[in-house]
Design a protein around this ligand. Structure first.
Ligand code: ATP
Ligand code: MG
Length: 405
């Protein structure tokens, strides 16, 4: 994603509007270097017009030696021969006028193409190989899936993960964006029909940035889009995101619909959320049996007991006995959690010392342990983690779906 170096916040906004979504603004060369040291391989640096020419030229020269594959694009109010000459000598890739949005966008597009070419076809923005997909699921509504997803993604990002993407796969009623006080201009809906042309540039253009190292793929704004999001689209988007991000956290809706099943089929780690009530536990039990049947995330499932201190005649021990698996994380009921959500500042960032925040941080640490998920062969020989799995629904999911009709 491009980074803009510019002192005037209004000009940052103006330039960002000419660039792919997700561009990040900083006000100095020092801040840019600090950002790049955390975020690795951005493909373009756009130097705004208020950075005076001498400082801009110094920046180009330092980038030429430290990050030669990142293109520096100088945006100037006036472009004369002196500017062009100095820019050329310093290694700037392009010089464009700030009042020419088409030229700015084209220069950034060329930078992205160059990056791809220099990185052997890899997409820009930190492709470092396979990340981890973590899907948060529960067959019951209102148990805390979104709260868990959002806080987990933030805990991963705050804990030093270089890049985290939070995907809202509650396609009809997703509320990740509102929970994080984001107002996305683009959503997954815009990828509908584009199954055959998905690459990171396309997916990236749909992301909304939340703070430094967390990006969000928001759910459609209207519920009717859900039925048009195909399993193939989900599979391809998730694989593309997995190549670019260290962690992809997926929030889901409370049902085994086609899209959720596909997400689960792609997942490396499955976080299952339960609460202390019999209908929820009964449904979670059935869901676990279904995951067993589909051989999904065997050995990589983590049980979050939310509202774990509710006095309702059930306790953690009984939950473990009913579900036949240990509880990984217990989150107590707390008005602070709901209040933080309502204020648009989830508890992990608004109160990192809170007991619940510590639990989410511990879950993030557990999930970021450097272990490869163990591939478990399915009955038909299909592994839950086969890198070369077909892009359409896996045979076991399709078979299972057919048998339910
Ligand atoms: N541990 C908790 N203590 C207090 N309130 C909580 C807790 N966990 C979640 N909540 C609140 O419960 C409500 C439902 O939570 P959330 O939206 O995360 O559930 P969900 O499973 O995603 O629901 P849905 O199935 O509708 O998507 C929210 O208002 C949230 O703030
Ligand atoms: Mg939800």
């Amino acid at each position: 994603m491009p980074i803009i170096v510019e002192r005037d916040p209004a000009l940052i906004g103006h330039l960002a509007a000419m660039l792919p979504p997700g561009a990040h603004g900083v006000d100095s060369a020092e801040a840019m270097h600090a950002w790049l040291s955390r975020n690795g391989s951005e493909y373009a640096v756009v130097v705004g017009p208020t950075i005076e020419l001498g400082a801009a030229i110094d920046l180009c020269e330092s980038m030429r030696y430290t990050r030669p594959t990142t293109s520096v694009i100088l945006v100037r109010d006036e472009v004369d021969t002196e500017v062009l000459y100095k820019a050329m000598q310093s290694g700037a890739r392009d010089v464009v006028r700030g009042d020419d949005p088409t030229a700015v966008a084209a220069a950034v597009g060329r930078a992205q193409q160059l990056w791809k070419a220099l990185h052997g076809g890899q997409e820009a923005a930190g492709a470092t190989g396979d990340g981890k997909i973590i899907t948060v699921f529960s067959p019951k509504g209102g148990v805390g899936k979104t709260t868990t997803s959002v806080n987990l993604a933030l805990a991963l990002a705050e804990g030093g993960a270089r890049k985290v993407c939070l995907v809202d796969l509650d396609l009809a009623f997703g509320d990740v964006a509102i929970t994080m006080q984001l107002f996305p201009h683009h959503t997954i809906e815009e990828a509908i029909g584009g199954e055959d042309s998905i690459d990171f540039a396309m997916v990236e253009s749909l992301l909304t940035r939340h703070d430094q190292s967390l990006m969000v793929l928001a759910a459609p704004s209207l519920p009717d889009a859900r039925d048009r999001v195909t399993a193939t689209l989900i599979a391809r988007m998730m694989r593309t995101l997995k190549r670019e991000f260290e962690y992809v956290v997926v929030d889901t809706c409370p049902s085994f619909d086609e899209q959720t099943l596909q997400a689960l089929d792609e997942t490396d780690e499955c976080v299952i959320v339960a609460t202390l009530d019999v209908p929820t536990l009964k449904n979670v039990k059935v869901a676990l049996e279904t995951l067993d049947l589909l051989n999904i995330a065997q050995g990589n499932r983590h049980l979050v007991l939310n509202r774990a201190d509710d006095a309702v005649g059930l306790d953690a021990e009984k939950v473990e006995a009913i579900l036949g698996m240990p509880i990984t994380t217990m989150i107590h009921s707390s008005i602070d959690i709901a209040a933080a959500t309502n204020a648009g500042k989830p508890i992990v960032i608004s109160n990192p010392a809170h007991q619940a925040s510590k639990q989410y941080q511990a879950l993030a640490t557990l999930l970021s342990a450097d272990e490869e998920p163990t591939p478990v062969p399915a009955a038909g020989g299909v592994s839950a983690h086969t890198a070369q799995a077909p892009v359409v629904s896996s045979p076991r999911v399709s078979r299972w779906r057919r048998s339910r009709r």
